[in-house]
Design a binder for this molecule. Structure first.
Ligand code: ADP
Ligand code: GLC
Length: 482
């Protein structure tokens, strides 16, 4: 049997070890699906505080990495573990000064932290004597690995012929730095048109230097090649369109399964929806909403970020909570920008008997909201893929989404959910009215839409095959270049 292809998989977030959003979900689930296809995939991420503090199943490795940088050799350690429920190895780069901090991101030296992480990942593969065939890097945080591989890395024959795939999860975060970062990484390159004088843009660099690029839905792949959706990188993306693909994310079906999810008070599936009513009651009890059986419960779980279209929610909630479309309850779970946190907190204080706002990140509460709500809102301004709507469908909460990016690819209006096009309160409200109307007066139709969503296939199986194809193309490009 041929040796399995070796994939070096770098991500700043890998659930359950570190997650702020969907990047973490993908980092924790795609490698398992790739492993199932027969790849020797190994995940590398930074050892954040949670790991340094001691994480069950994660051990310190007896090695010391001497990572060369423009500021001299920097020492690092490493931990190792496995993705839960799998044999996929995860290595953690341990550097106390850089990663043992309260949060994952948000520091002035982030570009150095992730440049170091990217460089150290190669040092780790050398010290465990494992040579990757393909580097698969995600978002700007691991883009320095793509740049290093295609420049300085080529001085070492070990890295000849190693293909690279760069996955864009979110073009809004580009990782800007100053040119000094290339001295730190000890590499030489020219500047890109997308970079102002003396500036480095790691997102642009990943797109420029990778063999193959992809993003997380076919529609977002098209959108980012337009001036409206390209966040100033659309020209570069059009330049590389022959190598740019869109592959829809999948869900980790081990984690997101309403029939087995240990975080739920009652289990259910399509053939046994009775128990879903229990999840609904538990949700109302947990978040302190009156136990009214037939009122639609609308929900929103999200990073509270500009991307998510929350401007549309203020006025909409005013109408919803004043029963303009009939009685309704609303629950929101999210954290992020203060303006949105305050908006939801204030509205919740005003509509105490109908609405609850959980401001914060609460991994344990999210499943109960997906399982206990009737409708799930995602009015995103843009959405590369979106996992929330897929989890909601699987858990029987019908999504109401703006038809953009991955939301357009996964939610089919009137069939698996409700969608609207214009970025406006009017369009969102129209969709909510259509949904609540069917919920209130045509329950069999509602059940049909709910059932369609619950039985849709959002597993990784098909999408993982897509990545297998990208790896093959990345390798072919390397062979062709000789
Ligand atoms: P994004 O990656 O842009 O944040 P996605 O829809 O792809 O959006 O993924 C969001 C993921 O993060 C989902 O798994 C969702 O349940 C989770 N999530 C977002 N905010 C919270 C929160 N405050 N508490 C718990 N889980 C959250
Ligand atoms: C990003 C996007 C989200 C996507 C996730 C995982 O955070 O905002 O749409 O689902 O990455 O790819």
């Amino acid at each position: 049997m041929a040796e399995p292809l070796r994939i070096l998989f770098l991500s700043a977030e890998v659930a359950p070890f570190a997650k702020t959003g969907g990047l973490g979900d993908v980092g924790g689930s795609l490698p398992k699906a790739l492993h199932a296809l027969g790849f020797d995939v190994r995940v590398v991420m930074p050892a954040y505080r949670k790991i340094e503090a001691g994480y069950p199943g994660v051990q310190s490795m007896p090695l010391r990495l001497d990572v060369p940088t423009g500021s001299g050799v920097v020492h690092a350690g490493a931990f190792e573990g496995k993705l839960p429920g799998s044999e996929v190895p995860v290595y953690f780069i341990a550097q106390n000064n850089l990663f043992n901090r309260e949060n994952i991101y948000g520091y002035g030296d982030d570009s150095y932290r992730f440049a170091f992480f990217s460089r150290a990942a190669f040092a780790l593969t050398e010290s465990i004597n494992w040579r990757p065939d393909v580097l698969h890097a995600h978002d700007w945080h691991s883009a320095p690995a793509i740049v290093w591989l295609s420049t300085a890395g080529q001085a070492n024959p070990r890295y000849h012929g190693v293909g690279s795939v760069f996955t864009i999860h979110n073009l809004a975060h580009q990782g800007l730095s100053s040119w000094n970062i290339f001295d730190y990484l000890q590499l030489y390159t020219h500047s890109l048109k997308e970079e102002a004088y003396g500036e480095v843009n790691f997102m642009a660099r990943g797109i420029y230097h990778a063999n193959i690029i992809n993003t997380v839905s076919p529609t977002y792949a098209r959108e980012i090649m337009t001036p409206d959706g390209g966040a100033r990188l659309d020209g570069l993306l059009r330049h590389r369109q022959g190598d740019l693909h869109g592959i829809l994310n999948g869900l980790d079906y081990d984690e997101w399964n309403p029939a087995t999810d240990p975080r739920l008070p009652a289990h259910f599936d399509l053939d046994d929806l009775e128990n879903r009513a229990e999840a609904r009651r538990a949700l109302q009890a947990t978040v302190g909403l009156p136990q009214i059986p037939d009122v639609p419960i609308l929900a929103l779980i999200s990073r509270l970020d500009w991307q998510k279209g929350l401007e549309l929610m203020g006025h909409t909630l005013h109408m919803l909570m004043n029963s303009y479309s009939g009685p309704a309850q609303f629950v929101v779970l999210g954290s992020g920008a203060a303006e949105y946190e305050n908006m939801f907190a204030q509205l919740a204080a005003y509509h105490r008997d109908k609405m609850t706002a959980y401001i914060g990140y609460h991994a344990g509460l999210a499943p109960l909201i997906y399982a206990g709500s009737d409708m799930f809102l995602m009015p995103s301004r843009f959405e590369p893929c979106g996992l929330g709507q897929m989890i909601a469908m699987r858990y029987g909460s019908v999504p109401i989404v703006r038809a953009t990016g991955g939301l357009a690819d996964t939610v089919h209006d009137g069939y698996t959910g409700f969608s609207f096009h214009d970025f406006s309160v009017g369009a969102l409200w129209d969709a909510i009215q259509r949904a609540t109307f069917i919920y209130n007066v045509d329950r069999p139709n509602w059940r049909r839409i709910q059932a369609n969503g619950m039985s849709a296939d959002f597993s990784w199986q098909r999408s993982a095959q897509g990545y297998a194809q990208l790896y093959e193309w990345a390798q072919a490009q390397q062979r062709y270049r000789g």
